[in-house]
Ligand binder design. Structure first.
Ligand code: HEC
Length: 103
């Protein structure tokens, strides 16, 4: 039973080595999914119209204020697919929501 004494520090050292190698590669991907873009008032209005037309088929129309921007960032990719929005429509809906949902 003496071997157990040596096993613990060994596991700790290996564990630390793995954690060190992982953390550096984690940060790069997260920001690239939300390209910021300027929307004109007309485009925001269009986003609102698209949302009102496409997003109440399966449930009530959620207001832009109903969720925070970080919640919307998780919800919208799922819902855009469900509503079958193209990239341009999805961008305008997102622009409209974010113009209102700030904070
Ligand atoms: C084909 C049906 C369908 C369409 C179209 C649809 N949704 Fe949804 N939505 C769902 C379902 C099912 C849920 C509940 C399960 C879930 O959260 O995935 C939901 C949930 C939600 C929620 C609540 C999520 C939460 O976690 O609080 C929001 C907000 C939302 N949808 C917004 C939208 C918006 C915006 C659109 C238009 C771009 C949209 N939905 C279009 C089916 C749909």
């Amino acid at each position: 039973m003496k071997t157990r004494k040596y096993l613990l520090p060994l596991v700790a050292i290996i564990g630390m080595a793995f954690m060190g190698s992982c953390s550096s590669s984690k940060k790069t991907a997260s920001t690239s999914t939300t390209p910021e873009r300027h929307f004109s008032a007309a485009e925001l209005e269009e986003g609102k119209t698209i949302m009102e037309a496409s997003c109440k088929r399966c449930h009530k129309l959620y207001a832009a204020e109903s969720h925070t921007p970080s919640q919307w960032n998780k919800i919208l990719p799922r819902m855009n697919k469900r509503a079958k929005l193209n990239e341009e429509q999805a961008a305008k809906v997102r622009g409209y929501i974010m113009s209102i949902a700030q904070k």
